[in-house]
Design a protein around this ligand. Structure first.
Ligand SMILES: *[C@@H]1O[C@H](CO)[C@@H](O)[C@H](O)[C@H]1NC(C)=O
Ligand SMILES: *[C@@H]1O[C@H](CO)[C@@H](O)[C@H](O)[C@H]1NC(C)=O
Ligand SMILES: *[C@@H]1O[C@H](CO)[C@@H](O)[C@H](O)[C@H]1NC(C)=O
Ligand SMILES: *[C@@H]1O[C@H](CO)[C@@H](O)[C@H](O)[C@H]1NC(C)=O
Ligand SMILES: *[C@@H]1O[C@H](CO)[C@@H](O)[C@H](O)[C@H]1NC(C)=O
Ligand SMILES: *[C@@H]1O[C@H](CO)[C@@H](O)[C@H](O)[C@H]1NC(C)=O
Ligand SMILES: *[C@@H]1O[C@H](CO)[C@@H](O)[C@H](O)[C@H]1NC(C)=O
Ligand SMILES: *[C@@H]1O[C@H](CO)[C@@H](O)[C@H](O)[C@H]1NC(C)=O
Length: 365
């Protein structure tokens, strides 16, 4: 990793020459040139938007300017497309890479609307050794043609898109979005009871009422796990590992290899480790000394929530604790999983975690 970062820094010093040779547009500015110089030529296509212009500075929020490529769809049209995708269950590139095997890897990326970030996790996945044997599932809670174009352009492994059908985008004025009779966040319980608003008797741990926008991540996480483990034809009989990422992560080129090493080591050293974790948020680690080391520890939501992997056996246990997961007061999924570990499972979640992370949070770096 230190080597990889160093390469990036070195390569930025040679950007001038490269851009003179490679630049697809004359008006490339310095920032674009530096970003491009860090991405191998073969993957520049993931940085180019449909209208053929570079998408480097488009911001991290794809909804900020729609006018260039997206026909604006209304809610009903979006719902129809979502339904069609979910019904079709199309696995792209299966003709090239063959059907999923139990010793392959299923990779799920939970995607909201940060197109720019998504470009970078895709570029990092493209460079991972062994990626050609995996099935990459994008689970969306925001329908966007630019995101679809990007994902459908992927040619380095099998790809599938699933769409969370209860998103705020398609439920703007109804549950699980905001509904007219929701209690306002800040009123007290007496006012709420007088108003007879929904769930008046159940404010959260801080005495506030539900805020629709903070519920989506968790609902989506649970939905996609159910969908992939239990429902999709392509994966419902799959017996191997599933690894979970989010749109603002990126991965190191050897992450699949490291997962395999951990999976193998687990059998001899830690049969109780139900979760494999590709890293925590540590920023100061001696990569050379720790590159092949892992630790065994209790699973801690705030430390081990990036790049976790588990199999169907563990999923069945989590599912039996659905009630604990779903009723825990949380705006993300990780503390809910912690609650499952502490309050419901017969033995808590243990993790084998890499000392030198193979997954990074774009925001942090
Ligand atoms: C490069 O372009 C982006 C917008 O296209 C702009 O925000 C940024 O300031 C430019 N950088 C330089 C060094 O000109
Ligand atoms: C293409 O899209 C970019 C934003 O990604 C925009 O800045 C540019 O003006 C568009 N070009 C054309 C020809 O529409
Ligand atoms: C990107 O997102 C961060 C917060 O997630 C925000 O502070 C920043 O302004 C955003 N940048 C753009 C260009 O939208
Ligand atoms: C994305 O941009 C749109 C339009 O500028 C804004 O309304 C929305 O709040 C932004 N979303 C995020 C997550 O930043
Ligand atoms: C959106 O993009 C179009 C085409 O590039 C541009 O003409 C327009 O000014 C942009 N709008 C905003 C709000 O940035
Ligand atoms: C779903 O399958 C039908 C029939 O093969 C096809 O016409 C349609 O384009 C597909 N839709 C999507 C979103 O994949
Ligand atoms: C899923 O598999 C069942 C049983 O083989 C089949 O009938 C169904 O058409 C398949 N669905 C899709 C979307 O491939
Ligand atoms: C994977 O393993 C499961 C359970 O052992 C089995 O039912 C399934 O057929 C296997 N799938 C493949 C593709 O071998």
């Amino acid at each position: 990793m230190s080597f990889w970062l160093m390469c990036h820094i070195l390569s930025t010093t040679t950007f001038t020459k490269q851009t003179q040779r490679d630049a697809p547009e004359e008006n490339l500015n310095l920032t674009n040139a530096i970003i491009l110089s860090m991405v191998p030529q073969a993957y520049h296509k993931y940085l180019i938007s449909k209208n053929k212009s570079l998408a480097l500075n488009a911001g991290n929020n794809s909804s900020s300017n729609k006018s260039y490529s997206q026909k604006l769809l209304n809610t009903k049209e979006i719902q129809q497309r979502i339904e069609e995708y979910n019904l079709n269950q199309t696995v792209r590139n299966e003709d090239i890479f063959g059907p999923l095997q139990n010793d392959s890897l299923v990779i799920i990326v939970q995607v909201h609307n940060r197109l720019m970030y998504l470009r970078h996790i895709i570029i990092s996945l493209a460079q991972a050794e062994g990626i050609e044997n995996s099935l990459l599932v994008f689970s969306h809670d925001y329908y966007d043609e630019d995101i679809n174009d990007l994902v459908q352009n992927i040619d380095f492994c099998k790809v599938m898109q699933i769409f969370y059908p209860y998103s705020i985008q398609t439920h703007l004025n109804q549950f699980p979005g905001e509904s007219p009779n929701d209690c306002p966040r800040n009123i007290n319980i007496k006012e709420a009871i007088d108003k007879k608003c929904i769930n008046a008797l159940h404010p959260d741990s801080y005495g506030h009422y539900r805020e629709a926008k903070f519920t989506q991540t968790k609902h989506h996480w649970w939905w996609k796990a159910n969908r992939v483990f239990d429902e999709l034809n392509a994966t419902k009989n799959y017996a191997g590992l599933i690894v979970f990422f989010e749109e603002d992560h990126f991965v190191a080129p050897d992450f699949i290899h490291m997962l395999r090493l951990m999976e193998h080591a687990r059998q001899s050293y830690c049969p109780n480790c139900n979760i494999l974790s590709l890293g925590s948020y540590i920023k100061t680690v001696d990569f050379a000394a720790n590159s092949k080391k892992a630790e065994i520890t209790q699973w801690v939501s705030s430390k081990h929530n990036m790049g976790i992997a588990f199999n169907r056996f563990v999923w069945e246990e989590l599912k039996s604790c659905a009630k604990t997961f779903c009723t825990y007061d949380d705006y993300n999924w990780d503390w809910s999983l912690s609650a499952v570990s502490n309050k419901c499972l017969s033995h808590e979640l243990n993790t084998m975690v890499l000392r030198a992370p193979r997954v990074f949070h774009i925001g942090e770096w």
